[in-house]
Design a protein around this ligand. Sequence first.
Ligand SMILES: Cc1cc2nc3c(=O)[nH]c(=O)nc-3n(C[C@H](O)[C@H](O)[C@H](O)COP(=O)(O)OP(=O)(O)OC[C@H]3O[C@@H](n4cnc5c(N)ncnc54)[C@H](O)[C@@H]3O)c2cc1C
Length: 438
Amino acid sequence: MKIAVIGAGIIGVSIAAEAAARGADVTLIDKNAPGSGTSSTTYAWVNSNGKEPVGYYELNLAGLEAHHRLAGTGADWFRPTGHIELAATPEHANELQRRLERLGQFRYEATGISSSTASELIPDLIVPEDCAAVAYFPNEAHCYPALYIRHQLQRAKHLGAHLRIGAAVESFEETTEGVNVILSHGNSVLVDQVMSAVGRWKNDITAAAGLGSVVTEYQEPGDVTVGYLAVTNPLPVAIDRILTSPKLNIRPAGGGRLLLQALDLDATATADAVPAIDSDLAREFIHRLQEVLKNTGNAHITELHVGVRAIPADGRSVIGSVPSRPWLYLVATHSGVTLAPFLGSAVVAEVFDEPEPLFDEFRPTRPWDATPARSWRHPASPGSNNAQRSPSPGAAPSLPAFSSTAWARPLWPTRRALLQQFHRGTARLGFMRSTRRH
Ligand SMILES: Cc1cc2nc3c(=O)[nH]c(=O)nc-3n(C[C@H](O)[C@H](O)[C@H](O)COP(=O)(O)OP(=O)(O)OC[C@H]3O[C@@H](n4cnc5c(N)ncnc54)[C@H](O)[C@@H]3O)c2cc1C
């Protein structure tokens, strides 16, 4: 089978490597350098903590487990050192307690700990005087996406995948031999199957296939699509795990540097401008850091980024084939770092006609464009009424609550049946044969 994978972010390289491992003839296409999209501006916390509804929790748990399996006894991209969460208000402590009980029912490793145990696990932690509760999630991890992507790219190349870097996919053309993926500069690749893993650019690909939008576009400062990330200079700080607290989330960023995130500060984030590293925002990050960790007197911000999330319009992942385009498989999701290794193997298994039940409630057969991002805000503080769920720095903040029964079960014909129809010319095709955009 000939497969084109569009997008060499953390999800696309996972799909390309798995497809090549199963013997497919793979072409991995990216308009820019591999790993230069959202995968380069992410907090990269690997977890299934506070993810709802149950189907999304299970999906993320499968991602967390797949990371542990892939990394085995050691991998330079994966640090399975756990996560400590500090609660500062009674509301947050109550919410944390409820979450621990809920996660306990699912046998997810999560436990309340004393502040002295927290100080043993993070020796330079300054436990706040108003600390109301502390929890430890030992199986959670942080990832170095660039190193993960390097690993999967090398793997894909060794397994024979072809790379088309610097080539943008512009349109698709159906032929009797398969689908022609039309690239910039007039090139094309003829394949049986197209896997779209272009993250926040998903709407370009669906438009090129004559379909509507999938991911919500940035609309205004502080909406759910955008979030700040700050990186410090190298510091002699003893911390080797994720720390989340009401004021600041902190994780190692390699070489003694720290990666910082503060969801309430995201209220001013815009998709088109990044504050300077000596801005008030940068100073606020440092001020908060010095309140939480010792040995940070010399800290300053060396990089500030605005990460742009790929969030499907109704807040829920989109994973699966498009029934009217049986050759097109879409993956559009938040938490892509957590999900990448599981998506890689399970998405490719579906192409080989092995349906993945965990994807059933995320199919692209549901109505799109359900909820505009404008109505979603970042939680101002954990446990407060405007925070619809816990302050999970890796998760999209304040997505609208959604029920796993909100969508009817999609009709899910097998891929083989759809592809056979397609090649016989009997599949219903609702768009013009050539959809090249100008
Ligand atoms: C602030 C922030 C914090 C986050 N924190 C976490 C976290 O803690 N844990 C977690 O699991 N997830 C987190 N995420 C989400 C996670 O980072 C993303 O889900 C993930 O990186 C997306 O990977 P991707 O491969 O789908 O997309 P990308 O990395 O964006 O890759 C898409 C690629 O497609 C290419 N492309 C686009 N259009 C075309 C085209 N027409 N032709 C060819 N190539 C094209 C782009 O050049 C790009 O390289 C966070 C995101 C943000 C913004």
